[in-house]
Design a protein around this ligand. Structure first.
Ligand code: ADP
Length: 269
């Protein structure tokens, strides 16, 4: 198997929000690397700085100090190499555009022929299972379907890194399971490099090849855990594996330690 190359490098990232009422140190010191084609989940207690980290990765927020590097170049602003899927699908889609129009919109900034654009849009809408809804408007679709549109828009754009910020937090349990399987399937078939942020421990273990456990704010990486579950995953058999239970228990324990400010990680073995 060819060796994977480093795609994303985060070095001593620190973020302090400055305001009239006082400074908030959201991120203390985070370093990690991600290889091309990896699916890395980021999990941590609420308010620990997950969204802040994602915004710094995507170039939406300047770090106070430290470095985010994509393909060897520093990220200094919104990066055209990244696509972000947010939790609030309702606000991320344009209600006056059809599903097709929403998926197509970011591609207008790329130098593509009409035919290339059409192919990418059709392919992405099919990949998320929505060809029958291509001419519908977002408000005619369920929450889960709207989030599929947001995912289609992100993959049609062909980003080098797909960043997902608690994307399924607002949908019901069954829809969430279906969307998790969609992320796994897209990752298996397309090897899209993905950073997936969640506060749901089971979700992080089910989806990830790696899980970065973050400490309480000011955040550090509590543990960088390899998820040694088989790559073929499904909701019933994977979640019933003893190893799945061991890993989720381990992450849960690490998060409890993180809340207490205990740094020393325990082995997941
Ligand atoms: P998470 O996504 O893990 O819930 P956030 O990144 O949203 O955490 O927030 C991390 C910390 O930074 C929290 O203490 C939060 O209150 C603070 N914070 C987030 N955004 C701002 C902001 N714009 N100004 C000041 N403090 C902020």
């Amino acid at each position: 198997m060819p060796e994977r190359s480093t795609l994303l490098r985060v070095e001593h990232l620190r973020k302090i929000y400055e305001s009239a009422t006082g400074d908030v140190e959201a991120i203390g010191d985070i370093s990690f690397t991600m290889n091309a084609g990896e699916l890395v989940c980021v999990v941590g207690p609420s308010g620990c700085g997950k969204t802040t980290l994602l915004k710094c990765l995507a170039g939406l927020l300047p770090p106070t100090s430290g470095l985010v590097e994509m393909d060897g170049s520093p990220v200094r602003g919104p990066s055209p190499a990244m696509a972000v899927v947010f939790q609030e699908y309702g606000r991320s889609l344009y209600p006056w555009l059809t599903v097709r129009g929403n998926v197509e919109l970011p591609l207008r900034h790329k130098k593509l022929s009409r035919a290339e654009r059409d192919t990418l849009v059709t392919d992405a809408i099919e990949a998320v299972g929505l060809p029958h809804a291509a001419r519908s408007h977002p408000w005619q679709l369920s929450g889960g379907m709207q989030q599929r549109v947001a995912i289609a828009r992100a993959i049609a754009y062909q980003p080098e890194v797909l960043i997902m910020d608690e994307p399924f937090a607002a949908v019901d349990a069954q829809t969430r399971a279906d969307l998790e399987d969609l992320v796994r399937e897209l990752h298996t078939t397309r090897r899209i490099s993905t950073v997936f942020v969640t506060h749901d421990i089971d979700e992080s273990v089910y989806l990830g090849e790696r899980v970065l456990v973050l400490s309480n704010s000011p955040t550090r990486v509590q543990e960088d855990l390899a998820i040694d579950l088989p790559p073929e995953r499904d909701q019933l058999t994977t979640r019933a594996l003893r190893r799945f239970t061991e890993l989720r228990t381990h992450v849960y324990d690490q998060i409890q330690r993180a809340k207490l400010g205990q740094v020393a990680p325990q082995s997941a073995r």
